[in-house]
Structures are given as C-alpha cells and as structure tokens.
Unconditional design. Structure first.
Length: 555
C-alpha cells in the first residue's frame, strides 16, 4: 500500500489536458476546503473585528513571501533546473541543494527582522487596529511569519517535482494547507484564541512542505559551496523582475487592505471573502492550465522549437477562455446564492452576504483576464524574459492604486458612480458600500495589465488570431448560460422560500446546473474544438479507451 502511494507521487503527467484536469480537480478540492474554512470563519466571527484583525495580520507575512520566496518560485527554478538536468542529473542536484540552502537561510533572517519591526509597521499601516488590538496583532503576525519560511522551502521542492511533471504533490499541497487552517480554527482557536488561528496556518504550511518530499526522493539535493555564487546569481538575475512584479501585486493588496481597515467595520473581511471566492475559479482554471503548460513551454523554448512553443501556448489559452467566460457570467448571476450558501451562517448577516456578493461580482468580471495573465506571464518566464511581465504588472498596480484614490472619495458621498453601482448590484440599502471601490479599482487595473500583456506577447511571439473563434463561441455560450440561469432564479424565487439554507442552495444549484448544461449544448452545437478536446480526454480517462491526441495542426 505504501509503495503504491509512493509510486503515485512519482508518476509523471505528460499530456497538457490530463495534467490540467488533475490540477483542476485538486484545485477544486483545495478551494472547496477553502470555502469550508471561510464558512467556519463567517459562522464563528461574522464580518467584524476578529476577522479584520486576522486578515490584516496576514498581509505582512504574505508580502515577505512575495519579496523573498518568489525568488525561488516554479516559474524561475524550472527553466534553470531543466537546463542543468539536460546536461547532467548531478549538476541539477547540486543546483537544487544550493538554492534550497541559501534561500531558506535568507527567508529565516528576513522573517526575524520583520518580527522585530512589526510594531512600527502596525502603527504606520493599520492605525485603527493598533489602537484596539495591538498585542493580539503583534503575536498573531509573528506566528504567521513562520509560514513564508515553510512555504518558501515547499516552493523549491515543488518546483523540482514540477520540472519532472510530478504534478500530484503540487496539486495536493494547497489541499493540506487548508486542512491545517481548518484544524486551527476548529481545535486550536478554542484553546489559544487568535494565537490558535496562527498555529493552524503554520500547521498547514508544514503539511504543504512535507508532502513534496516523496516526489523529490529520487533526486535529493546536494550542496557544494564552490560555484554557489554563480548559481544564486543566475536565480536572482532571472527572478528579480518577476519578484518585483509579484511584490507589486502583494503591495497592491496590502494597500487595498490598509484602506479597507479605515472604512466601515467588517470591510477588510468583506473584501477578503470576495477575493477568496473569486480565487476559486481562478485557481481551477487559470492556475491549473498555466501550471500544467509551463514545464512543457520551458522545454520547447530550451529546444528552440518556437512552433511547438506557440502551439502549446495557444492550446492552453484557448482552454482557459473556453472555461472562464461561462464561469464569469454564472458567477455574476449566481453571486448572492454562492455567497449565502458558502458563508451565510451564524454571525454572517444578510447584509454581509449582499455586500460580499457585490464585491465578488466586481472581482469576477476580470476572471478571464486574470487567468490569461497567469498563462502569458508563465510563457514569458519559460522564454527567460521576466522584465516584460514586470512592466505590465507595474502599470496594473499603479492603475489599481490610482483608481482607488479616485474612487474612494466618490464612494464616500452620493455620487453617480456609487448610486449606479449600488443599483446594479442591489445593495442601495446596505451600509458600508464604499468598500466596493476597492474591487472595482482592482478590476480596472487587471484589465489594463491584461490588455498591455497580450499586446506585448503578440509583438514578441506572433499573432494569436486563433483565439478569436474560441472567444466568440465561449462568449455566446456564456450569455446563453447566464440567461437560462437568471430565468431559473426568477422562476424558482416564486416557488421556493429563500429564507432557509436549503432554499438558497437548491435555487443556486438548479440554476447553475441548467446554465452549465446550456453552455455545453451551445458549445457542442457550435462544434467547439475545446469542447471536443475535453470530451475526448474525459472519455479516455474514465472509459480507458485509446484516444488519438489532437494533431499539432488542430492545436
């Protein structure tokens, strides 16, 4: 039994669709657990002071992770590791050991320094929390600083596993991370309070790291000091623009959360819950396909096979568009049912639900663009170009912060933008709607970043006109699905009471399922290539029939 489990961790996944389906299934499981986690938080605390404290305390460790641990992300390590592995497995092992040793030590030192500076950071960025919960914030943040160290080590181990197409451990890591957090809120919080919440996060990070160990057992790290400076320099040179780009994203979220802490009580929680909800389809679609495509993109580029590189890239882009456009429309239409079913319990009120649903809808508008950004950025990294995504990320971050500065004063008074948005999202009678300026600004920044990045990719790698057919077909299917889902919601609202969990759940489930069926039938009628590829892959996986893979011309 142990040997079977070990061999499963060692299995290599070569087909893009198969690997993406594996990653998507585990991403779905991970996100379901994340939703369970958020539901427990919502039931236990509601949108109030405790969760505002918890989510604010997360920002500093997350920023540290972006600043340091992102130097050793898969997007950076995989191309360098693959290049050395092709020359010599021993050289790859030594490179692995050097990166692991140097960046683990760096993360630990940086975390210690941040722990000492926390009082100053708290007073500067979260003054309202400093006045009310200073001691709790400091203790919780210092505990959470252990997580970027563990997650940084896990990132290095996982990168090596992905380089060998061992995607199972990568897919399983976030599942175990959420398990640890859930255990923390259920069993450690009743004993130690908010400290227990932090310990749950650390437990999850430890599990996230430990599950990678079986996958890299066949290629253990080796450390030789001679040549270390050269290897670490190669990592830093390649990853510095990428790290700055990722840091810009974390800094943007940090700034938005800091602004939310100054708004109506519970705004940090509403913003974070909505962001977490939109991360579910983003992880299942955007992350899964971009991660599955990346090792092969890196290999094709290393082999100077530009045609195969672009074919593989466009195949992944088409699949992302195919899945994400219907997801956008259904998320907007079913937003209230989604939020109420997942979070609507205990201390989480109906007004909390409506406000979170409105923020979720604003985030969801940019879902397809966010997913494509993940893929196109990884394509640039596979080509060894980390500067171009940095420029796009920088423009997006500046745009988001600039839009926030403009929108917050407009939302602080009865402006036309605020009243229009409140009417569209049906939250005119809910207090605290100024928080909606934050996801709106985020979406504006994402769209500009995506538009710039897609234009740059076309300039650098060639036209991507093959996407137009996929966009048109998926957009039509999405509109059809949204129309059916909305009609079902309207009809069922007259027959089913929406005052109970099961009433809301049943309404959302039926409308969602019928919307998905409508999208599938529409795509089938349009003879969508992506629909046929997914159908073939699922048929082969479950019925075990030999299926001929699509030819390069089809891709």
């Amino acid at each position: 039994m142990v040997e079977r489990i070990f061999s499963l961790f060692q299995k290599e996944w070569h087909r893009l669709t198969d690997a993406a389906i594996l990653l998507a299934l585990f991403a779905l499981l991970s996100q379901l657990l994340a939703l369970v986690r958020d539901r427990i938080f919502a039931h236990q605390f509601g949108a109030g002071e405790t969760l505002d404290l918890y989510y604010a305390a997360f920002r500093i460790p997350d920023l540290l992770f972006a600043l340091v641990a992102s130097f050793v992300s898969a997007a950076v390590i995989i191309p360098l590791f693959v290049d050395r592995a092709e020359r010599s497995p021993e050289e790859a092992q030594v490179f692995f050991g050097r990166v692991l040793a140097v960046f683990s030590a760096t993360l630990s030192i940086m975390a210690f320094g941040v722990a000492l500076a926390l009082p100053l950071l708290l007073d500067r960025f979260f003054p309202s929390i400093a006045l009310e919960s200073r001691d709790e914030f400091l203790v919780l943040s210092r505990i959470l600083l252990l997580s970027p160290i563990l997650l940084g080590i896990s990132s290095i181990l996982g990168s090596v596993a992905q380089a060998h197409r061992k995607f199972l451990v990568y897919a399983l890591s976030p599942v175990l991370y959420n398990v640890g957090i859930i255990l923390g809120v259920l069993f450690l919080y009743p004993v130690w309070g908010v400290v227990g919440l932090g310990m749950g996060v650390v437990l999850g990070a430890l599990l996230h790291m430990a599950v990678n160990i079986p996958a890299i057992a066949a290629l253990p790290p080796r450390f030789l000091w001679r040549g270390t400076v050269h290897d670490i320099k190669s990592v830093i040179v390649l990853s510095l623009p990428r790290t700055l780009g990722l840091s810009l994203g974390q800094i943007t979220l940090f700034v938005l959360i800091a602004w939310a802490a100054l708004l109506h009580e519970g705004s940090v929680t509403v913003f974070t819950f909505a962001f977490n909800l939109q991360s579910v389809p983003l992880s299942i679609i955007g992350v899964s396909f971009s991660v599955a495509a990346f090792p092969t993109l890196a290999r094709f580029y290393a082999e100077k096979n530009t045609t195969a590189f672009l074919d593989h890239m466009m195949g992944a882009a088409r699949q992302i568009i195919f899945w994400s456009l219907p997801a956008v429309v259904l998320a907007i239409v079913l937003r209230a049912q989604v939020v109420r079913t997942i979070l609507g319990s205990g201390a989480f009120t109906w007004d909390d639900t409506r406000l979170t649903a409105a923020a979720f809808a604003l985030f969801a508008v940019s879902l397809a663009v966010q997913s494509l950004i993940l893929l196109f950025v990884r394509a640039y990294y596979a080509a060894g170009n980390t500067k171009t995504p940095l420029w796009a990320s920088g423009i997006g971050a500046v745009t988001t912060i600039g839009a926030t500065i403009i929108l917050l004063p407009l939302f602080a008074e009865e402006s036309m933008i605020r009243s229009t948005l409140e009417t569209l999202l049906r939250v005119s009678d809910v207090a605290g709607t100024e928080v909606l300026a934050l996801p709106l600004a985020y979406t504006i920044g994402v769209f500009l970043q995506g538009w710039i990045l897609l234009g740059l990719f076309r300039r650098d790698f060639g036209a991507y006109g093959a996407l137009r057919r996929t966009i048109a077909q998926s957009a039509l299917a999405a509109l059809m699905a949204g129309g059916v889902a909305y009609a079902v919601l309207d009809g069922m609202s007259r027959a089913i009471s929406l005052d109970t969990f099961w009433g809301v759940f049943l309404q959302g489930l039926v409308a969602g399922v019928l919307g998905i069926i409508t999208a599938a039938l529409t795509l089938k009628a349009l003879k969508s290539r992506e629909y046929e590829e997914v159908a073939r892959s699922i048929h082969a996986r479950f019925w075990k029939e030999k299926v001929i893979a699509p030819s390069p011309e089809e891709l």
